[in-house]
Design a protein around this ligand. Structure first.
Ligand code: HEM
Length: 450
């Protein structure tokens, strides 16, 4: 069979088209069917709903904080894996007189291609994630988005926050420099004061003091146990957002200012339930059809508006993180020396509020208050349900609204606690020098924010 050049060309095009269609099985036209197919047919797309409420697309609704936290987690996993190719969690002293873990950090600086950049990115992303997850929690509280039916997802969120802090803290020890050693030493000394704290400390350190065993345990927790646990809890968190009917919003949003539907492309309400969508078929069969506050007319296709926004947020984040990682180097002090404490010895910044309180009263700052804060955070939505049920207080439709006037008391208390912790962190970071004496930031020569 002899083929002309034109025939070969057209056959190649057919083969290429077949290959393309084996992967991408939809077009990109503006029809609702195509938009649904796009959301259904890819793994990453399929995790998200085919349609979202118009309100969810507005920046003001979430400030993008949950999404940014998630992206940072992905960045941390990728940069963390790259660092694992080089790092060794060992305190054995090499021929150059340096512990191996520390030596590996120096190597990243001098011998590994883009090593410093990857380390910087990992470090700044970790700090950023702790801060953004805390801000995301503040946002969900101030908008009352933890209220029914999202109470359980709030609890899952608090577990994510605790895991995030633990992940950051366990990673803190790995460079095995003075900052890491004494930062972790301070934290684990505080743990001793708690009832049962000695046992937890012993389990965590695998020894009486911070040493080689602790480094190995922190490493395993940091690279395997905690990331897997956080992945599981983030998955439950996202699953629950879907099952709770998307993001929280007031009962009726028709009077709110929305992105105009004309900007949204085709939006057709084909639902048989015109006012509220029911999404559990089995419930319909039983005849208990649950309504999930979904104003069908306000729902728009996730493709392309939501996806484009998500990509923009990602590009924005990567831009900022790359610039920060290029210009600001993650700290690395001298190798860990258990005989020469740094003065002051400071815990990582997110624990400095508590360390500041410990300097007034060890039990209150180190045990009672953190315990109370975590317990209150975990159970707050249920405490509210308890109080409202007990006193027959009816407050429907107040979730999803920033600073709702019906929730002034709760918001004021939460904001006060959050702001106090922030102030304490600033004092601990910038106004405490040697022997934990008060100094002005411009006189602070060591032990600033880290
Ligand atoms: C690793 C940590 C976390 C990640 C990656 C994460 C991610 C997300 C994302 C992507 C959303 C969708 C809305 C948005 O972007 O803001 C969301 C919603 C939500 N998150 Fe988180 N989250 C985390 C931690 C938390 C924490 C600490 C809390 C509270 C204690 C929390 C409570 C909630 C609640 C209640 C919603 C539903 C909000 C609504 O309906 O408007 N999350 N989360």
């Amino acid at each position: 069979m002899r083929l002309t050049v034109a025939e070969i060309k057209s056959k190649l095009i057919i083969i290429a088209r077949k290959a393309y269609q084996s992967i991408i099985r939809h077009g990109f036209d503006n029809s609702g069917l195509t938009k649904s197919k796009i959301m259904f047919s890819g793994l990453l797309m399929h995790i998200q709903p085919v349609k979202v409420h118009r309100r969810s697309l507005k920046f003001k609704t979430t400030l993008g904080l949950g999404l940014l936290s998630f992206y940072l987690f992905i960045v941390l996993c990728i940069t963390g894996i790259l660092l694992m190719f080089h790092y060794v969690p060992s305190v054995s002293v090499g021929p150059d007189g340096l512990p191996e873990a520390y030596q590996r950090m120096l190597n990243l600086r001098s011998n590994v291609f883009w090593g410093v950049f990857v380390r910087n990115m990992h470090r700044w992303a970790a700090h950023g994630m702790v801060a953004l997850v805390a801000l995301h929690m503040l946002r969900t509280f101030l908008t009352g988005s933890y209220r029914s039916p999202r109470e359980f997802n709030w609890v899952v969120g608090v577990i994510c926050l605790l895991l995030t802090v633990l992940l950051s803290y366990t990673g803190y020890l790995l460079p095995w420099d003075q900052l890491a050693y004494w930062g972790v030493k301070v934290g684990t000394e505080i743990a001793k004061i708690a009832p049962g704290g000695e046992i937890i400390r012993g389990l965590l350190l695998g020894d009486n003091d911070v040493g080689g065993e602790a480094l190995l345990r922190f490493y395993v927790l940091h690279v395997a146990v905690l990331p897997v646990a956080l992945t599981i809890f983030i998955s439950i968190h996202f699953f629950r957002i879907r099952k709770d009917g998307g993001l929280a919003r007031p009962d009726d949003t028709s009077q709110e200012k929305h992105i105009p539907l004309t900007e949204m492309g085709e939006v057709k309400n084909n639902s048989v339930f015109k006012e509220a969508r029911s999404y559990k078929l089995v419930e319909i069969v039983r005849g208990t059809e649950p309504k999930v506050n979904e104003e069908v007319d306000q729902m728009v296709f996730s493709w392309p508006k939501l996806i484009v926004r998500e990509v923009i947020v990602f590009i924005f984040l990567m831009g900022i993180l790359s610039i920060v990682s290029l210009y600001f180097e993650a700290p690395l002090e001298g190798p860990a020396d258990p005989n020469h404490p740094t003065n002051p010895s400071k815990a990582p910044w997110y624990f400095l509020g508590l360390q500041e309180l410990v300097s007034y009263n060890a039990f209150i700052g180190g045990v009672a208050l953190p315990g109370l804060i975590v317990a209150l955070l975990l159970f707050f939505p249920y405490i509210e349900v308890f109080v409202e049920t007990l006193f027959d207080i009816k407050r429907g439709g107040i979730s999803g609204k920033w600073f709702g006037k019906e929730r002034i008391l709760e918001n004021s208390i939460f904001l006060t606690i959050f702001a106090s912790m922030f102030v304490l962190i600033i004092i601990g970071s910038l106004f405490r020098g040697a022997n934990w004496e008060f100094v002005y930031p411009w006189n602070l020569h060591s032990g600033g924010v880290h």
